[in-house]
Ligand binder design. Structure first.
Ligand code: FEO
Length: 393
């Protein structure tokens, strides 16, 4: 597939992928591993694909170019979804230089234990590829690994951004102007919320640094999902918006429940919020039955979250505990929170959730609400009032 002039896409569309990063990230719409081949005076391969597709990748690449004609390989990122086919490829062309950051050199050696012909590069370094064109390297440290890098092809004005601006989204169309826009931006937002949010301060800094170069960008070619060729800066503007402690007028209520007491609390709290504020978008999710990455995306969109669990063994249910660990890691900013939950005898869950939310950087707006055994009429009235209070915060 041709991107522009002598630049081809030679990656893999993985329709089958439903979980990524082991089982950590749900990919309901599959993904792609984007690899690019530039054929100029010199022939350059940018990134490869995940290891299960290594042989297929190398076989297909041979249809585009005899492997020995590849002059340079660029490894923008050492993570296995992009470097996984290197061992298979390097069997054929073991001496070909691999351009990467010094951090990538360490992680590629750490993954594959090979002493390939690495050429470390840093921001501003260039590689002449003939016909008056060059590749300019830009370190993208911690976006999202220490080794991450982007590179820019002059004259064709293509930014190969690696993970940044990507989405886990399989499509045979492969270009942003050809796909369903709701699906595309849903996947972009989920990707940002679940992968890049902890690094938001760096995202903003790096975007400012790239925009300050005032280089023309005709195409942004990320390493996952579709390629941005129509108004490519749209996704850059979205990242700027998302990096600024993003929130919508949304309250998300997340709970787990054993005998429906905490569920009844959640629903009644929701009714209380709705009564007091007709405009706020209230969403309820049972954390035991809802995809966790989808919940985390909803938290990213929220101004306030409520988390509920009954007390079990002096703690909280495991789906809530796991989610709170994820919430802490993702470093959400400028969000409010409170806890609730039913209990039978000891009732520690509300305090425990409140402490964990506070540790995760949320502003705690209420001491939380407990209901003894199944909530009775009085307890449900308290839930309604709790919802009213939350709506007015
Ligand atoms: Fe797509 Fe960080 O690898």
């Amino acid at each position: 597939m041709n991107l522009k002039n002598n630049v081809e896409w030679v990656g893999k569309i993985d329709w089958e992928l439903k979980k990524f990063h082991g089982h950590e990230y749900s990919t309901h719409r599959g993904s792609t591993y984007n690899s690019y081949l530039i054929k100029e005076g010199k022939n350059v391969l940018i990134d490869t694909v995940w290891q299960p597709y290594a042989k297929e990748f190398v076989q297909n690449l041979q249809k585009s170019i005899p492997l020995e004609k590849i002059d340079y390989i660029i490894a923008n990122h050492a993570e296995m979804d992009h470097s996984g086919a290197l061992p298979e490829l390097m069997k054929h062309i073991p001496e070909t230089p691999i351009y990467c950051t010094s951090n990538a050199l360490k992680s590629l050696k750490g993954h594959y234990h090979q002493d390939w012909n690495f050429v470390p590069v840093k921001t501003g370094d260039t590689l002449d590829i003939g016909n008056g064109k060059k590749l300019v390297f830009v370190e993208m440290t911690m976006l999202h690994w220490p080794d991450s890098m982007a590179c820019y092809l002059t004259q064709d004005n293509i930014l190969f951004s690696n993970d940044a601006f990507g989405q886990h989204y399989a499509s045979e169309f492969m270009f942003n102007d050809l796909v369903d826009q709701t699906e595309l931006f849903t996947e972009c937002l989920k990707y940002y919320a679940n992968i890049l949010n902890p690094f938001s301060a760096l995202v903003r800094k790096k975007i400012d640094e790239i925009l300050a170069l005032k280089i023309p960008i005709d195409i942004i070619a990320p390493s996952h999902g579709v390629i941005w060729r129509k108004n490519p800066l749209t996704i850059v503007q979205k990242y700027i918006e998302w990096a600024k402690a993003y929130q919508e007028n949304q309250i998300t209520i997340i709970y787990d429940t054993m005998w429906n007491g905490t569920r009844k609390m959640a629903e009644t709290i929701s009714a209380g919020i709705k009564k007091a504020d007709k405009k706020v978008n209230i969403k309820l999710y049972n954390s035991a039955t809802t995809d966790k990455n989808d919940i985390l995306t909803e938290i990213f969109k929220s101004k306030l979250i409520l988390i509920g669990s009954p007390t079990v063994n002096r703690g909280v249910l495991t789906s809530v505990a796991g989610l709170l660990e994820e919430i802490k890691g993702l470093g959400f900013k400028n969000k409010k929170a409170a806890a609730f939950g039913a209990y039978g005898w000891s009732g520690e869950s509300v305090h425990k959730i409140t402490t964990l939310l506070s540790d995760a950087g949320f502003e705690i707006v209420d001491n939380g609400l407990k209901a003894l055994w199944q909530p009775n009429e009085d307890a449900l009235q308290q839930c309604l009032e709790f919802g009213n209070r939350i709506a007015e915060i």
